[in-house]
Ligand binder design. Structure first.
Ligand SMILES: Cc1nn(C[C@](C)(O)C(=O)N2CCN(c3cccc4cnccc34)CC2)cc1-c1ccccc1
Length: 264
């Protein structure tokens, strides 16, 4: 089942955050389920990057945040400010609902508890939520196909840029993917870090009843695009895609941490 490229307009019109969040971010009731395994993988790798390996700095920009905040749970203690961004209004609104403690916001408590357990005290999950809320200061529009993805705003280069499942969904081919990686990489200051979470080996994913395009990527394609964008890959790790095959045909999920070369 292959999907045609899902243009930006399709996202804006047909992407329903609540459907997506229910499918990909609802912890199952029984521990250790297949679906949890993948979310736990991302949370463990963000924990390794920021809490164990100590990647830190002044500002972190998250590109293509979608309607999620799981990607901030480990980094919120390592940066003075986090800027969340997304292309679609409904995703930015979903993030703002959670930041404002709107009763209709998605319940991230299971993910908060999991990350607090990784940090050694599961009971600290309420404080962790408040820390995320105080660190995510701005929620901005982004478009990775623009040379300045945050245009018309000009934002100072950041110590770290993270991007989860964005470029693979936003780029129609590898040429566009390489260009988008250069665009996103331009937001990182020299010596700063780039953290990517990529779906590998697939063509589509579902959000509710709607099919969305996913660029078919292999690890080597991502690695060479990151290197050509001016970064040295520090480490990376793959995990099997344990989502139901009806959700997506992607084979693996790929976590990568890279550092921007300092031009001498
Ligand atoms: C899980 C998962 N989450 N997501 C992220 C998701 C839901 O697609 C999203 O909300 N996004 C990314 C695309 N995005 C964009 C779309 C068009 C143009 C954009 C221009 N700039 C920036 C962003 C743009 C808008 C936000 C994808 C998966 C997934 C992927 C493969 C297999 C299985 C699951």
């Amino acid at each position: 089942m292959e999907g045609d490229f899902t243009g930006k307009d399709v996202y804006g019109k047909h992407f329903v955050p609540k459907d997506y969040l229910k499918m990909y971010y609802s912890f199952s009731k029984e521990d250790g389920s297949q679906e949890d395994a993948l979310l736990n993988f991302y949370l463990q790798k963000f924990h390794k990057t920021f809490t164990v390996d100590g990647v830190k700095g002044d500002t972190l920009i998250d590109i293509g945040s979608g309607p999620t905040i799981h990607q901030f749970l480990s980094s919120c203690g390592s940066f003075q400010e986090i800027i969340a961004t997304d292309y679609t209004d409904q995703n930015r609104e979903e993030i703002k609902r959670w930041l404002k403690k709107d009763p209709d916001a998605f319940d991230w408590s299971q993910a908060l508890k999991y990350v607090c357990e990784l940090e050694g005290d599961r009971e600290k999950w309420v404080e962790k939520g408040e820390k995320v809320r105080s660190t995510v200061r701005r929620v901005l529009k982004c478009d990775v196909t623009q040379v300045n993805p945050l245009a018309p705003l000009v934002v100072a280069q950041a110590s770290c840029v993270t991007s989860a499942f964005c470029l693979d969904s936003a780029c129609k081919d590898v040429t566009t993917y390489r260009a988008a990686l250069r665009n996103v990489g331009s937001l990182v200051k020299p010596g700063g870090h780039l953290v990517l979470l990529v779906a590998l080996g697939g063509n589509f994913y579902m959000a509710g009843e709607q099919m969305f395009f996913c660029l078919y990527l292999e690890k080597e394609t991502v690695d060479s695009a990151v290197t050509e964008a001016g970064f040295d890959i520090l480490w990376s790790e793959e995990a099997k895609n344990s989502y139901s095959p009806t959700y997506s045909d992607c084979k693996n999920v790929y976590f990568l941490v890279a550092r921007k070369r300092i031009k001498v």
